[in-house]
Design a protein around this ligand. Sequence first.
Ligand SMILES: [Zn+2]
Length: 408
Amino acid sequence: MRTELQLLAVLVALLVGLVAGKGWERYRLKDGRWVDRRRLRDTPHYMLGLSFLVDQQVDQAIDELTLAAGAGGQVLEIQMILGNLYRQKGQVSRAITIHQALLQRPSLAPLEHAYVLLCLGLDFRHGGFVDRASEAFREVLRIDPRNRHALLNLQKLHEEQHQWREAVEIRSQLASLDTRSHDDSQPILGFLRNQIGLQRAAEGDVVGAIRSFEEAIDVEARTTPAYLNLGDLHAREGRPADAIAVWERLVDASPDRAYLAFERLEQAFYSRGVPQRFVDLCQRLIRQNPQDWRARLALSRHLSAQDQPRPAYEVLLEALPHHPHGLAIHQEIWQVLSTLGLEPALVQRYRDLAREAVFYLDPHVCTRCRYRSTALLWQCPQCHDWNSFVEERTTPAKVMADLAREIE
Ligand SMILES: [Zn+2]
């Protein structure tokens, strides 16, 4: 999917370049003869090829563009697009051959040279030739230091090889291009610095790891795993108060992700002899966001553990309408019900409530590519974007039924 997007981006950049006419003449001397780019308009194959391309009909696009290339006298951009299409079809060596042949042309303008190299880099990356891909992208940057496609591809290559420091360096260059790139880059830099922290912790460099996690949080306050990892490190190093402080910072920075620290905080408060602080925390979160079923579930479990099954049951029934498909809530409800001897009135209340619920799976959705996942993921396995998952909110069946009646 990413390759397709990059391909389209390259094409659009090229077409814009064509229209702008910057660095492009109408006539060019190629292999000793003048080629008129307007001749492309005299053949239907060029436009047909572009139309098939937009419709993502790769085979037809290749056929038409090959015919157009014959009629148009081997115009550079058509060859370039053809190479890209072969890559997209998985014929990487053919794509490499086409793009390498283009590089041999004697009169390439710097812009043309950079774009052909970029295509070649994408071919190598697609074929798994990591070193050669990296070399091609670096060559693009020597010609055009602000080429964001080359920077982005280099960043991804480093990420794939877990070279987090190099990825940070490249992403920082990308971030310095303009304000929008800067803003887009901050969350990514946060996650990359978190990865550096994990690497340092694994190497036994505790001080360096702590610094990296703090840097991750400084660069982007919503880098949730950095708080978790930093707190875990403090706890492991025998500093429970510091650990609690970091996890509480997470709760303040991202209340919707606070649940990831619940077990840690509950345990830490318990071992410090202040379990009430956990109750206070859950109640504060529920007050802030009445839909927070996770704080209710955590509170209920805490109450059950403190031999208070009745208040625990009430809290669970409040949680259910906000997350009716949550197996964890249903399991907990049955747990508490059996503790209470399956009292018929209590079971009846649960059955009435559950009947109104809507059930569905995979609640986490990638906002970039719509990939669905049961678990919350920090990096999307499909589009490789960072921190792109949100949780779909469900509406209780009763509300839907009321809405339906209103529409009628
Ligand atoms: Zn995605």
